[in-house]
Design a protein around this ligand. Structure first.
Ligand code: AHR
Length: 329
């Protein structure tokens, strides 16, 4: 009798253990049975059109139909949320960890944990600064400094006859490599061109709402400036809205020359309309590039440690309707 009871108990314990496995769609252990490759992805948030397009690209690439289970975590702009997500991915024993870092600094500890777990880490979009580059497998994203240098070159040509240039600078999230690179590029341009001056700089957090708020403040403080150097399209839209309300002239026909980054579809429309004079592309369609890296790793190949995405520029004088129609985001 005791033997029988013992067998029943073992049986129930076995069933219980099986039921405790991750529910479908949330973890690696669920995929062990269905053969899907499990990718844990920690996204920055949803601050901009660029970010939304980037999330879409990742979701479309790492779909179940294509053989993946994507565990998506939105960090809501907080590094601590990204660190917690990476720890969760390690605990779930996912096949690959991908993350778009909100800031450059502060990743060593959690990446050491990932390294010890053996799960490959692919960094995408923004860069990180680590004490040891072996802490991540590889990175794919934009050359933010180069983007900014391209905008500076355009300014040098456009304002070559001006002895003085007053610039208002709306920055992205302070400490993110997108902000650091774009700011460094502009400041190098200011250093090189003696008549140039940044009269005001503040962060607009890459959002439309903050871009508008920063510009509302600027318009009250400064009766005149030549250039708005805005580190993404959404902040430019907010700033343009503020200038429209305040009846401050802007655009290709006179007044403030607006320079922006991302070149989203809405950004390109504003460029064609002449509200934005120069727009530097930042490509969010990184899903397929991350997938290529994962395929290389799967096949035992070594992906390039750093892979920069090619990016174009657009200006009102040369942009076409076709450029906008071709835009996926
Ligand atoms: O890291 C890319 C930047 O982040 C984009 O320029 C911006 O729009 C986004 O939020």
């Amino acid at each position: 009798m005791i033997k029988k009871l013992f067998c029943v108990l073992i049986f129930f314990l076995f069933i219980l253990a099986a039921c405790k496995r991750e529910p479908s769609g949330s973890g690696a252990s669920a995929a062990e049975n269905d053969g899907l490759i499990v990718v844990g992805f920690s996204q920055v948030g949803s601050e901009s059109d660029w970010r939304i397009a980037n999330t879409k690209s990742m979701r479309e690439t790492f779909s179940e139909e294509k053989g993946y289970r994507l565990i998506f975590r939105d960090a809501q702009q907080k590094q601590e949320n990204q660190i917690a997500a990476i720890r969760e991915f390690i605990a779930l024993n996912v096949d690959y960890i991908v993350f778009a870092p909100v800031t450059e600094e502060g990743w060593d500890e959690v990446l050491n944990e990932a390294l010890s777990s053996g799960v490959p880490v692919v960094v995408m979009d923004r860069m990180i600064s680590t004490s040891d580059d072996q802490l991540y497998t590889c990175w794919v994203g934009s050359n933010f400094r180069k983007e900014s240098e391209t905008a500076v070159e355009w300014m040098e040509k456009k304002f070559k006859d001006k002895n003085e240039l007053k610039i208002v600078h709306i920055q992205g999230n302070l400490g993110s490599s997108a902000q650091i690179g774009r700011t460094e590029g502009l400041l190098a341009g200011v250093h090189k061109n003696p008549g140039w001056e940044v009269v005001y700089a503040a962060s607009g957090d890459f959002t439309q709402v903050r871009g508008k708020e920063v510009m509302e403040y600027v318009l009250k403080q400064y009766d005149y400036f030549d250039v708005l150097f805005c580190e993404n399209d959404n902040m430019a839209f907010g700033a343009i809205e503020a200038m429209t309300v305040a009846k401050r002239e802007y655009g290709v026909n006179g007044g403030v020359s607006v320079i922006s980054f991302d070149a989203t579809r809405a950004g390109l429309i504003a460029t064609l309309d002449g509200a934005i004079c120069f727009n530097v592309e930042c490509n969010p369609l990184l899903g397929p590039r991350v997938e290529t890296i994962i395929n290389q790793l799967k096949n035992g190949e070594t992906p390039a440690k750093l892979a920069y995405v090619e990016e174009a520029v657009f200006e009102t004088a040369t942009i076409t309707r076709g450029d906008i129609d071709a835009r996926e985001y």
